[in-house]
Design a protein around this ligand. Structure first.
Ligand SMILES: [Zn+2]
Length: 228
């Protein structure tokens, strides 16, 4: 099994990959495999916030669930185990970003807030954004209670991102985030979504719901880095 998924939506100038269970978020292994120095990989401390960090030269640790940068030589990373890992590249401005979108992030429109900040801080344009969403839990396996459903729906509106199963709501967070991105003017042609559900493939992916405890994370990584 290949260890990296490389979405074909991005231009050559950027390194953009999703990992599976192995190497997961093992930075030594990722550094070796991508030939990028470990200290050039930057990952936030994720806490299901709607905090977005703009990374400049200073790489001190931060609590955030989205990171934006125009720095060269840094690989941004985000880690997940059912939530949606989102990678973005604004190819005209050379800006990259990562977003950790669980139901809370989706209900807080974290992806939209990140895109708006890319526009405001770096004059990015939605039509120049390429976006990829890695493996995450899908509606086949993601029943949520009505409070969660309502919170996501409030931000997302109507769309093809949920199903009713008996008296339960089943959510597809990747599709909800896609709808939020389309609303801001990102082109559907520029959005890549993995068709794999983390809960359906527990041999390949960490799934918090499947394991019922946190025991590991896979990741999404993007950046303008020269390989060592
Ligand atoms: Zn599934």
């Amino acid at each position: 099994m290949k260890q990296f998924i490389a979405p074909d939506i991005f231009k050559d100038s950027v390194i953009a990959v999703f990992t599976r269970k192995h190497p997961g978020a093992d930075l030594d292994a990722i550094s070796a495999m991508l030939k990028i120095k470990k200290e050039d990989i930057f990952m936030p401390m994720q806490e299901h916030t709607d905090t977005i960090h703009i990374l400049h030269a200073d790489r001190k640790p931060v609590i955030a669930d989205a990171i934006i940068t125009r720095e060269q030589g840094v690989l941004l990373g985000i880690q997940v185990a059912d939530c949606v890992p989102i990678l973005m590249h604004e190819s005209k401005r050379g800006v990259v970003s990562v977003v950790h979108a669980g139901w809370r992030g989706t209900a807080h429109a974290l992806l939209q807030k990140t895109i708006r900040l890319m526009i405001r801080e770096f004059t990015c344009r939605p039509e120049n954004i390429q976006m990829a969403m890695g493996p995450s839990i899908k509606w086949c396996c993601y029943e949520v209670d009505s409070d969660v459903f309502k919170a996501v729906m409030k931000q997302t509106g109507e769309g093809d991102y949920y199903k009713e199963k008996e008296d339960k709501h089943c959510l597809d967070l990747a599709t909800a985030n896609k709808i939020q991105a389309l609303t801001l003017g990102v082109s559907e042609d520029n959005i890549w979504i993995s068709d794999e559900c983390t809960y359906c493939y527990p041999d390949k992916y960490y799934s918090y719901r499947y394991a019922k405890k946190p025991f590991g994370r896979q990741g999404g990584f993007i950046g303008h880095c020269s390989r060592a």
